[in-house]
Design a protein around this ligand. Sequence first.
Ligand SMILES: NC(=O)c1ccc[n+]([C@@H]2O[C@H](COP(=O)([O-])OP(=O)(O)OC[C@H]3O[C@@H](n4cnc5c(N)ncnc54)[C@H](O)[C@@H]3O)[C@@H](O)[C@H]2O)c1
Ligand SMILES: [Zn+2]
Length: 387
Amino acid sequence: MDRDETPGLRTSVLDSTVALSFAHRVRFTRRSLDPANPALREVFAHDAAVRDRRAVVVLDGGFAAANPAFDTQLRAYAAAHAPSMPALVETVVVPGGEAAKHDTRVADLVVELVERHRIDRKSFVIAVGGGAVLDAAGYGAAIAHRGVRLVRLPTTTLAQDDAAMGVKNGVNRFGKKNFVGAFAVPHAVLCDELLLATLPDAVFRAGFSEAVKIALLKDPALFAAIERDAARIAARELDAASPVIRASAHLHLRHIVDGGDPFEANEARPLDFGHWAAHRLESMSAHAVSHGDAVALGLLLDCRYSNLKGWLSDADHARIRAAISGLGLPMRHPLLADAGALLRGLEEFREHLGGRLTITMLRGIGQGFEVHELDAELVRRAAAELA
Ligand SMILES: NC(=O)c1ccc[n+]([C@@H]2O[C@H](COP(=O)([O-])OP(=O)(O)OC[C@H]3O[C@@H](n4cnc5c(N)ncnc54)[C@H](O)[C@@H]3O)[C@@H](O)[C@H]2O)c1
Ligand SMILES: [Zn+2]
């Protein structure tokens, strides 16, 4: 379409909409490295006819230390399933935990490996670990060649019930969470619940704060199941924990796939309920508070705020506190006494997304809604109670 307005100021308008679709392959299994289990092989079945497919493996250091046989078993599995599996050309072990996201070193290493081993867009980076290593390695995979295929094998409860489902990668900079990163849909995600066996108790429990979050937003029945089984989950009974991990993963995935805004173009970011304070608390504590624990505290804060505002009933508020406590998650933190520092997180949160401040609050279990401003005095009061 051409627009003729002022003579000599003619603009040709070629505006279009670019629509893309991606396969998002997610599988839950057990004993994924048993050669009799085809699940891992199957995530590489796509394009199996392409010759000379390669993969580099990035292992979370904490996971690798607790699972010294993993790399050998992975290689044996790949050998047993050649040629359906790519050739595993190198395994690197990187620092686990938030240290993987303190700078761009892990991402840079992935980019170097892609170059060194001639990983092309039909080849793979296989990232094995917690959410932090998946985020950092995923960022490297997303920027090398503008995106090589990423296969995630999440090894924490949080990575399996939330982080690995996402389409976000990134690392922290300027003391701000996920300041640099990229949206990229992973090639595949394979969750093996038996890989959770070696997690420290605190890390195991921390992952359930994301399940509580999504249940509070979307699924009262899941919240009731968490409430009922909290003690068994905290005691690491997989019969109780596993259905919650899967249900949470499924809800996170459905939100991304069906929610209409996978790359967060809109102002609202409902999955970040409880996260404005959580991200700030992580930074304020120099990451001594883990993401999962920070989310538990952020949920407690925003639920109490919702309660003080009269949106959330005392009864629902008490149920939420009891569930979080029953899971063995933290119920208070001294840094919450510094409400001024905490409130500075609001602007960081807004800036990350752009546009108006949009925060999710609760008016009942399963009933989130959005607000665009917070009453600083009430935030102070809620935070002081949790300090
Ligand atoms: N991309 C997303 O959409 C998304 C979503 C949620 C959270 N996150 C990010 O995920 C990170 C938190 O991830 P996390 O909770 O998985 O923790 P983590 O990655 O920080 O790992 C916690 C600790 O567990 C160790 N570990 C991992 N697996 C193990 C195993 N099986 N046995 C023994 N030790 C093991 C790690 O080495 C680390 O020391 C945060 O940076 C958060 O911002 C990202
Ligand atoms: Zn989170």
